[in-house]
Design a protein around this ligand. Structure first.
Ligand SMILES: NC(=O)c1ccc[n+]([C@@H]2O[C@H](COP(=O)([O-])OP(=O)(O)OC[C@H]3O[C@@H](n4cnc5c(N)ncnc54)[C@H](OP(=O)(O)O)[C@@H]3O)[C@@H](O)[C@H]2O)c1
Length: 282
């Protein structure tokens, strides 16, 4: 084994992200904020984007002491906002390009079928699927600038375990959400095949429950059911999202393309309570 070969396998090098550039949509709270912090701590220059300026400012106060971070108040469903975002990225990262695009901004709606409004269904689909497609397409020139055969540019879509299974624990159906996340997982595969030859990989992460604004209510009200639904008996922790992000963004994940990686403690493959375990506990 040559010395070069050995050093390319050193763990520090495998997961090194220093000097890369990233956009995290929905980076002002929840999983997006965790991922923005993770990237900054790894020496990545980060731009976050979400709709509300005050939330961007709050996040920046937390993130800027950790590294080079900027924010753009932009609604990813609006073409003119995406144009502004693209212009900003061009200005910030113009020469180097965009190494990592994290499509994380997402919306949800829960209601019984009779009360489920068409406009809410459309909004969830537009945010979770259409906007991911449009933003990725519009950022292709910048992603292309950062892409090489050895170190591809990365698109990382945040799906959900609800795109892999029919969600059960939150008491109200989330028809559009689970359909949108299943669509996002398949869009990920289609884009991976299309963009692979351009040295841009596209993967998705399918998280189970993590603490955030989106899940605050269900975790508080139905936390015991959520824990019972998971073979690991708990929700996810921030570093468990951070880890898969670093893998997908680094040399270690450079040949992973079109994957949908569940990070849910095995919940989506679990089929409810296991009778033999309940018997053991009695
Ligand atoms: N937390 C979980 O357990 C969990 C599980 C599975 C999947 N996910 C997925 O993870 C992603 C993040 O969710 P989260 O749980 O972290 O929720 P969150 O705390 O509510 O964060 C959502 C973020 O997206 C932004 N956003 C929403 N709509 C936007 C739009 N149209 N344009 C730009 N930004 C927008 C929000 O900021 P503004 O309101 O200021 O726009 C916020 O920063 C979502 O895609 C969600 O489906 C979460």
């Amino acid at each position: 084994m040559t010395e070069t070969h050995v050093s390319s396998l050193a763990v520090g090098r495998l997961f090194d992200l220093a000097g890369k550039t990233a956009l995290v949509t929905g980076g002002s709270s929840g999983l997006g904020l965790i991922m923005a912090e993770t990237l900054l701590r790894a020496g990545v220059r980060v731009v976050i984007a979400s709709r509300k300026q005050d939330k961007c400012d709050e996040a920046l106060a937390q993130l800027q002491p950790l590294g080079d971070c900027q924010a753009v108040a932009a609604d990813v469903t609006q073409p003119e906002d995406r144009q502004r975002l693209r212009d900003f990225l061009q200005q910030q990262f113009g020469e180097q390009g965009l190494s990592i695009l994290v499509n994380n901004a997402g919306a949800n709606w829960g209601a019984k079928i009779e009360d489920y409004p068409d406009d809410a269904f459309a909004k969830v689909m537009t945010t979770n699927v259409n906007a991911v497609f449009s933003l990725t397409r519009e950022l292709l020139p910048l992603l292309g600038l950062a892409a090489t055969a050895q170190d591809p540019a990365r698109v990382i879509n945040i799906g959900s375990m609800d795109g892999l299974q029919v969600p059960v624990v939150q008491r109200v159906p989330t028809f559009a959400y689970s359909a949108s996340k299943a669509a996002l997982h398949h869009l990920t595969r289609t884009l991976a095949v299309d963009l692979g030859p351009r040295h841009i990989t596209v993967n998705a992460v399918a998280p189970g429950f993590f603490q955030s604004r989106m899940t605050d209510y269900v975790l508080r009200e139905f936390g015991d059911d959520i824990a019972a639904d998971s073979p690991m008996g708990r929700a996810g922790e921030p570093e468990e999202i951070a880890g898969v992000l670093v893998y997908l963004a680094s040399r270690a994940g450079a040949y992973t393309n079109g994957a949908v990686i569940p990070v849910d403690g095995g919940t989506h493959i679990s089929k409810g309570t296991r009778a033999w375990m309940e018997a053991d506990q009695q």
